[in-house]
Ligand binder design. Sequence first.
Ligand SMILES: *[C@@H]1O[C@H](CO)[C@@H](O)[C@H](O)[C@H]1NC(C)=O
Ligand SMILES: *[C@@H]1O[C@H](CO)[C@@H](O)[C@H](O)[C@H]1NC(C)=O
Length: 481
Amino acid sequence: MEVQSVLLLLNILVQCTSSNVIVYPSPHGIQPSDKFHVSISQNGHHHNLFVYISKSDHRHTQFPRAESGRSMSWASFAFTGAPVTVEVHAPKDFHNCVIKPTSYDYKCKRTGPKTATFIVTHNTRMMSVEFDYDYGLGASDIVDKLFVFADPPEAKVPSPQDKNVLYYGPGIHDLHKEIVVDEDVREVYIAPGAYIKGGFQLPHGRVKFHGRGIISNENFVRHDARIGEAAVDFQRSSHNTFDGVTIVDPSQFYYMSNGDDNVVRNARLVAAWMYNSDGIGIGDRGLVEDSFIIADDANIKIHKSHMTVRRCVLWQMQNGGVFQTGWETAYVRNVSISDMDVIHVDYCKFKGPCTHFSSNDAVLDTFGNTRHFDISDMRFEDIRIEGSCPRIVNFVMDPAAKGTISNIKVINMSVESQPTNDPIHNAIAGTSIGGRITNWQFVNLKIGGHCISNPSQGDFRVDLHTTKDIIFSCHQDPIIG
Ligand SMILES: *[C@@H]1O[C@H](CO)[C@@H](O)[C@H](O)[C@H]1NC(C)=O
Ligand SMILES: *[C@@H]1O[C@H](CO)[C@@H](O)[C@H](O)[C@H]1NC(C)=O
């Protein structure tokens, strides 16, 4: 055998016999989930994971629209090499369970009483494990949610002694507020097992903010002045990276950066209990990838230009646009959003008959006090929306708005099902004072498996007086300019 083949064989042997799993330490003083237990195994090596939990009751007291009696549990680990088997112990027995996003094609199996098992073949997977006793169909959402995050291993871990690193090791760190990070700090490191109560403002730029630990706003009231606008707020600074950290139960937004060239990667944003829990707002040339976001308001804000968002798993709670344009700013160019899984859209939950909701509730949405629009060149590609989606598109300009929204391409969007909740429809409309929406192509928009080739098939109300060239087409191989 040639040397290379021998090396390859050795490599395969090592992968098959050793464990390439990284289990994070559990922080002393944090109560584990009382709903779920999660363990993993790879090549016969077995590990229990610490399962975190956030509950809604304290938020319900502050903000009654936050439903009470809800919980979100989550567990994280990292691995490379051979597949990992995940075993979940649920609080109740069940017949069936599912792993979302279904595009991962991971089958959930009942392997014993209250026990579910599934196999994770690759890292950078963000999964929701769902049980038939709590599928969240009809008027309730899922009462007790569970997420399992299979992370890629960390790249470079800094030294705690490095003077340019703000380093948080395992354990609870109560900051009592949002701290302002000094100008000489180049890295903020939140180690696996670190649990920060507080937030961070980073006004200086060029900071690598990373780790596998957690930042929680659980001790702060809604819109708490000690936190400010976002749990992690890069303000107007540029060239920052946010990688691998989990943000929990924000008192307002999770993450903001209004400067240029910022990156969000492997972010885990969980437990949005209240309206104004927006996901990601990022500046010009922003990049957001491989992140998991539960938002109870705008999930991804499209307020700036040259933005790329890809491979994220999104969950929309009762309020807000999944992909949101509008509000004050409306100069946007060259946006690319692709390969996204929207695993739940919960606008109709707790509404009885679902006959009204806010104008900002749609997967593709424009809303707010915008008086002049100048938006063009947005491309949405391979967007998979699971479950029942109450509204796909609501691009209706405020009657006082002028300007244009043009050149939008939506290619290969699939919607599992769309209820007919009169009087709620998909809508595209400009204004009588000159607001215009033009040149919007839907190519291979599928609802319930059927490709939509005209507006009425998809329950779209397109205003003919204020729009032009809104086209629905169905092709095997779309040829798009
Ligand atoms: C669009 O944005 C991407 C990502 O920032 C950038 O690489 C590309 O050059 C931009 N294209 C145009 C035409 O501005
Ligand atoms: C859209 O889906 C079709 C088939 O499902 C595929 O051939 C095509 O490459 C996809 N196009 C884009 C732009 O993603």
